[in-house]
Design a protein around this ligand. Structure first.
Ligand code: AHR
Length: 503
């Protein structure tokens, strides 16, 4: 197939929001326990933080990490996770049918984040809790001292405030599976009051209101409209969540998943702006796509699947939704990242869910090694290279037909220009299962001197589109040099192998 792309140095979308390369740590399955935290592991430091996992987290380049959930947060008492470990209660976590030991809590996450060099995005419980807890955790975290909650933080070992800027007002409150699920009016009012009380404690914080759990939610659209009507003055962002998977025999639609991401983002922008116009507000509400990924180990019906994910006896950190990602998944993840980046003027935060073991780019074994999944690679390269200005693109690509989205571009792309280094970065995906794609890019306003780096992720020798990385073969699917890339003045030419992601 062929594609012709045109970009122009003067046509930019805006600055790359570095928070687009966020991730997510939930108290779910083995994300925390035996993921980032495993005292006694040969690679763990004195805090129990696995240094082998931390090294991969740094290489991934995640910038901001959402914590502690997810569905988990809607039944969580944050106070259970502070103070001397021996006094912390063991609790039943109803969201994931798990025994929570509370050995890891807020202080541990703050310490771990400092080591990882990542910003904290803290979610509060608006399922079973309310305004009082919301303001208490902000005081505990951000107030310097001399009050009940701030002095308790000091007593618990952190003299300096945590200084957490970014807060989520609950999680997926539109979902009937959520503990403390609410109607849009109920949630909108609660979020408004919680936000007010949190800002009275610390006016410098940024707040995210819950949007829809997926674009196919029956309440999608109306939910955003109602919630934002209540909370417009109080919040800065509205959230979006989306997970994609390949339905039996329909790889074409799966590869086109980013068409839904584009639709979802553009619909939420339109809805937020409609509320802005109607309410005569000045500011814009931006978007926080704070859960996204490919997720297989579930079916169409979210509610049913979530209820059935963990069955049987109550256990500590059971193995749940540990998807093993293949080449096709990595290409889809590349297109989802492209969609987020192309909308970087309004999508200011995005968190791939999750960081380790649970639908994650990193896998780790208890008492064993940690390694990169296929989806690690597009994320890491984009986090590393997407810097400076996002470029607006004109794409003229051959198309293919699929059941869900009709005619879809075979070549998907996003691009950035780093004014400081003078480098342009292009991120390509070829959705063609059989055919290579010849791509010409007109680099208007640029004078390309050199191809600094060109890499590709494709089906490995002797493998197929289902090839994965494993403990035994952690590097089977990885980036390798893309040969034959030519940049001359204002023209870039390259060929993308069938089913590939390239930078
Ligand atoms: O990331 C896994 C789960 O997916 C989260 O807990 C929840 O918010 C979403 O439904």
């Amino acid at each position: 197939s062929r594609a012709r792309i045109t970009l122009d140095r003067d046509f930019t979308v805006g600055e790359v929001p570095r928070r687009l390369f966020g991730s997510f740590v939930e108290h779910m399955g083995r994300c925390v326990y035996t993921g980032i935290y495993e005292p006694g592991h040969p690679e763990a430091d004195e805090n129990g933080f696995r240094q082998d996992v931390l090294k991969l987290v740094k290489e991934l380049g995640a910038t901001v990490i959402r914590y502690p959930g997810g569905n988990f947060v809607s039944g969580y008492n944050w106070e259970d996770g502070i103070g001397p470990r021996e006094n912390r209660p063991r609790r039943l976590d109803g969201a994931w049918h798990t025994v929570e030991t509370n050995a890891f809590g807020l202080h541990e996450f703050v310490d771990w984040s400092r080591q990882a060099g990542t910003e904290i995005m803290e979610a509060i419980n608006l399922g079973t809790k309310g305004v009082e807890e919301a303001r208490a955790i902000v005081e505990y975290s951000n107030h310097p001292g001399g009050t009940y909650w701030s002095d308790l933080r000091v007593k618990n070992g952190h003299k300096d405030p945590f200084d957490i800027k970014l807060w989520c007002l609950g999680n997926e409150m539109d979902g009937p599976w959520q503990i403390g699920h609410k109607t849009a009016d109920e949630y909108g009012r609660l979020a408004q009051e919680a936000a007010k009380a949190m800002r009275y404690v610390d006016p410098s914080i940024e707040l995210v209101a819950c949007g829809s759990s997926k674009s196919a939610m029956p309440t999608f659209g109306e939910w955003e409209q109602t919630v934002l009507t209540h909370t417009y003055d109080e919040v800065d962002y509205v959230s979006l969540h989306a997970y994609y998977f390949e339905e039996e025999g329909d790889v074409g639609s799966f590869l086109a998943s980013a068409v839904d991401t584009d639709f979802f983002i553009e619909s939420v922008i339109a809805t937020a702006d409609a509320v802005r116009a109607k309410g005569k507000h000045k500011k814009h509400i931006n978007l926080s796509f704070d859960e996204w990924n490919v997720w297989y180990q579930r079916g169409r019906d979210t509610e049913d699947q979530l209820r059935n994910i963990v069955k049987g006896p109550w256990r500590e950190h059971p193995r749940v939704i540990e998807d093993h990602y293949n080449v096709t998944d990595a290409v889809v993840v590349g297109t989802l990242l492209n969609s987020l980046l192309r909308h970087g003027d309004r999508v200011k935060i995005a968190n791939q869910a999750q960081l380790v073991n649970v639908i994650a780019p990193i896998l780790s074994e208890e008492n064993g090694p940690a390694w990169k999944q296929t989806i690690f690679h597009p994320f890491a390269r984009m986090a590393e290279l997407a810097k400076g200005q996002i470029l607006r693109l004109s794409v003229d690509s051959d198309k293919y037909s699929n059941d869900r989205f009709g005619d879809t571009d075979l070549v998907d792309v996003s691009a950035t220009w780093n004014e400081e280094t003078g480098r342009v970065a292009l991120f390509f995906a070829n959705r063609g299962l059989e055919e290579a794609a010849d791509v010409e890019t007109a680099l208007r306003g640029f004078d390309a001197r050199q191809v600094v780096r060109a890499e590709v992720l494709e089906i490995p020798d002797g493998g197929d589109r289902f090839s994965i990385n494993s403990q035994d073969q952690p590097g089977r699917v990885a980036l390798k040099p893309l040969e034959g890339v030519k940049a001359t003045g204002s023209e870039l030419r390259l060929t993308l192998p069938a089913l590939s992601w390239a930078v």
